[in-house]
Design a protein around this ligand. Sequence first.
Ligand code: DAS
Length: 362
Amino acid sequence: MHISSSSRPSSIPRRWFAGVVLSALSTVALAQAAKPHVVVLATGGTIAGAGASAVHSATYAAAKVPVDKLLAGLPELARLARVSGEQVFQIASESFTNEHLLQLGRRVAALSRQADVDGIVITHGTDTLEETAYFLNLTVHTRKPIVLVGSMRPGTALSADGALNLYDAVSVAASQDAAGKGVLVTMNDEIQSGRDVSKTINIKTEAFKSQWGALGMVVEGRNYWFRAPVKRHTMQSEFNIDDIQALPAVDIVYGYGHMNTTAIEAYGQAGVRALIHAGTGNGSVAAQAVGALRALRAQGVQVIRAARVPDGFVVRNAEQPDDQYDWVVAHDLRPQKARILAMVALTKTQDSQELQRIFWEY
Ligand code: DAS
């Protein structure tokens, strides 16, 4: 390292000055080395998006900015942790497939087993972020913080939300008090449970909500916790990404007035292993659709009653005789989350009563 004479007062001997500077630098380096190591896995989405101008907050291309540029644009992260980045995918999350979920889950699990990794952040599109978060919550066995984060505006837009969301995510992932709380999502200053959170608004930065409330908030690098998850997750889960080679076909049909059975029958012919019925009200099924669903059940397809109504939960044997039909209810899970749990559960059991237990517990 060269120490210029201009930076050294003439009265101080060069060697002594060099020693002071070097010890100061090594103190800084030691302090940085002592910080937690957080790995940022980048998958794409708006948080990596770019628009044509600062006023294009909704019209932009997602999945453009590489992870090293995202991290270089946020030097403040060094205050929180030693941060390294990996570009796992570069896609808009509506295009995620089961193979993406499995590949990402395997990478997260492998990193979580590394002694030199203290926390993991996943930058992700907001459209299916809630599905990935729940999948990891069910299948990755670690107590280390795993935090998903996205943004509703691209980094090129006025009042972009991605930088602070990412700063918050790294802050939480570097926090010891975030360990053991399951997979988390940080958006808009809130810390949400990966199980409970959903994207509820498609055009505002306050987009992610959990009907049972956020777990806490993160403000200026400090976490404020108000609740903890009660459903099984991560270390308490009977499912493990290491044991899952493939995910079975599970699809969703939507209930509405003038309902017909075209989609139900088509999914049956396509060979789904389970069908999520996103019913009206408390998971209601139109009279003209009951027969088609019962026929699927008779073919060995699991029928799972969810609701198109965003909040609340489906009550077993209320709108339909689930015991008699041998159907499962999705409890409080939205249809897209019920699909994730059904896929994971079907890697272990085909028994509808076991499935129902799993839907009560996860
Ligand atoms: N298309 C959206 C996605 O990738 C963009 C976003 O909101 O992140 O999920």
